[in-house]
Design a binder for this molecule. Structure first.
Ligand code: NAG
Ligand code: NAG
Length: 121
């Protein structure tokens, strides 16, 4: 999966991360979904504090969106922390169910294709 392809420390550079950010921007989201995703990030507040993507020296990390992408996809400490939070927090799990209900298969397909296109080359 493209997730792993993004997470290659010696390869991943600013350009690649910016492309992924662009795919994310190109996804059409309802305001409802955006609101739920913001809540989702709120649950992960403490996990974000543990995140460290400084190993990605080819990426200009001055930009918060780039940092966010690398964190969400690649940072193992963050991902472990998130999994733990998910396990321990019923409200967080309920939120995930709500978000899943709003997933649009067409949009998901477009996003997936957009990512695949980046890593094809
Ligand atoms: C995002 O959408 C714009 C406008 O439709 C398009 O030009 C651009 O290539 C898209 N970006 C990606 C990464 O697909
Ligand atoms: C899903 O996304 C597509 C493409 O953006 C859009 O045309 C369609 O109306 C959306 N469907 C729902 C149920 O929101």
């Amino acid at each position: 999966m493209s997730k792993l392809l993004l997470c290659i420390v010696v390869v991943t550079d600013t350009h690649i991360v910016d492309k992924v950010v662009e795919c994310e921007h190109n996804e059409t989201k309802s305001t409802e979904k955006i609101a739920l995703e913001n809540k989702f990030k709120e649950f992960l507040k403490d996990c974000f504090k543990k995140a460290d993507v400084s190993a990605y020296t080819k990426v200009d990390l001055a930009n918060d969106e780039r940092k966010l992408m690398l964190t969400l996809y690649c940072d193992q400490k963050f991902l472990d922390c998130g999994a733990q939070e998910f396990k321990n927090n019923q409200a967080f799990r309920d939120l995930q169910v709500q978000i899943n209900k709003l997933e649009n298969k067409t949009e998901q397909g477009i996003y997936h294709k957009c990512l695949m296109y980046i890593f094809k080359k």
